[in-house]
Ligand binder design. Structure first.
Ligand code: SAM
Length: 314
């Protein structure tokens, strides 16, 4: 019998799960074991720590042991629990989408700050509900950026694209889970390509030439270099989708096309907010040339890495 499932109290199971993950050199092994036990028992952390002597059924103990084995073998915790929190909201995650990362919350912060500044400049109250705003999220994955922004801007409408139909299926379920299915339209596309052909719902702004125009475009594109693949943790390299990770041999290859398309699709004064890879800034910032863009700004993440690049269309 497996060592983890031999002992049956909450405390004993948790202790043995932690020990097994530690032995396997799993990062944040205590948190991972806790999350897996919470998942199996459908309980919260307070319950676990206030019921250390509670006996766990043999079935639950075996399920926990199986998850610990899979985590020790490298599967991300979020693939085992099927969820990840982002911007205080819970998102379904599967092997088809990138697991939302905490640093991506800076994209939300910068987008909201930029919108607030624009409102102030226009002499309106800083806090906007997004009335009349059209927002595009390129490479939406789980839908986390579009959905978090849609919660913050309850009167704005959203288009979210992805090249992966499987990712869009997950994003659609996340929008439904957060009651946003009517405000976020998911489209399978390379970046924003083909927006002239997208079915135009009433009220959408479509200038002559047929393109849909946006007030805000956000994106966390794939930005890892294939040549860096060997430096990724095995949880990432072996379990997250390559299409979500790799932007090309160097990593930053997709930004040129992305910025060119954003320039075509943003209204004058429209805002672009991009997440950057750890070494993307020198290659990407020069793409925001002075003839097309103003108010270019860089925001560092908590580790001091330039993580978000933002600008306004001139
Ligand atoms: C780094 S993930 C970001 C996912 C999500 N926005 C997030 O922040 O967690 C990049 C996403 O872009 C999508 N993608 C890759 N190439 C694309 C392309 N050419 N056009 C549209 N989406 C693309 C991937 O499928 C993936 O879902």
């Amino acid at each position: 019998m497996n060592r983890v499932s031999e002992e049956k109290s909450v405390r004993a199971l948790l202790k043995s799960g932690i020990a097994r993950l530690r032995e396997a050199q799993v990062p944040s092994y205590t948190l991972a074991a806790e999350l897996l036990l919470l998942h199996v028992l459908s309980r919260d952390r307070t319950w676990i720590y206030s019921h250390p002597e509670e006996e766990i059924s043999a079935g639950d103990a075996e399920r926990f042991a199986a998850l610990i084995r899979r985590r020790a073998a490298g599967e991300p915790t979020q693939h085992l629990t099927g969820k990840q929190e982002f911007w205080g909201l819970e998102f379904e995650v599967t092997r088809d989408v990138l697991i939302p990362r905490p640093e991506t919350e800076h994209v939300i912060e910068v987008a909201l700050d930029r919108l607030a500044i624009r409102e102030r400049r226009a002499g309106r109250p800083q806090k906007t509900d997004g009335d009349g705003l059209r927002v595009a999220d390129i490479g939406t994955g789980s839908g986390c950026i579009a959905i978090a922004l849609a919660k913050e801007l309850p009167a704005a409408t959203f288009v979210a694209t992805d090249i992966s139909a499987a990712a869009l299926a997950v994003a659609g379920r996340n929008a439904a889970r957060h009651n946003l299915a009517d405000r976020v339209r998911f489209i399978e596309a390379h970046l924003l390509e083909g927006s002239g052909e997208w079915r135009v719902a009433s009220g959408e702004r479509k200038p002559p030439g047929g393109r849909i125009s946006f007030d805000l475009i956000v994106s966390n594109p794939p930005y890892v270099g294939r040549r860096e693949a060997g430096t990724l943790m095995r949880e990432v390299r072996e379990h997250e989708p390559g299409i979500a990770l790799y932007g090309g041999e160097e990593g930053y290859e997709l930004y040129a096309d992305l910025i060119a398309q954003a320039a075509k699709h943003l209204l004058p004064g429209g805002i672009l907010v991009l997440e950057l890879g750890h070494n993307s800034l020198p290659a990407v910032q020069p793409l925001l040339d002075a003839s097309g863009w103003t108010k270019v700004g860089v925001t560092n993440d908590l580790a001091g890495i330039p993580r978000v690049l933002a600008a306004e269309k001139a």
